[in-house]
Design a protein around this ligand. Sequence first.
Ligand SMILES: [Zn+2]
Length: 111
Amino acid sequence: MAITNMKLDKISRSRKTPGGKTIKIAKEKKAGHAICAVCGVKLMGVPKGKVNSISKLSKTQRRPQRPYAGVLCSNCSRNLFKSKIRVDGKTQSVDQTDLRLLKFLKSMKKK
Ligand SMILES: [Zn+2]
């Protein structure tokens, strides 16, 4: 899709060249925080930045060292592990688990 002048105004700033022409330079997009897939809370221990800068970090610096780190926050993953154990131990049925965690619970069962 072509960028219209109105769109360019929102994402750019104008600057004069040495030749006297006024040109528009597109601004760089800022990267946002990584958020939890279930509750939307900002994830701790996950660096903020573009993929290019994060890929230069070591693997241990990119996210915490536990299952579903970088996807779920600590509270949601704790609830997920609890419900996984309860479902496996048959003290809780799958219907009683949180609907938002059901997708992750099913992905754990495959492994
Ligand atoms: Zn969460």
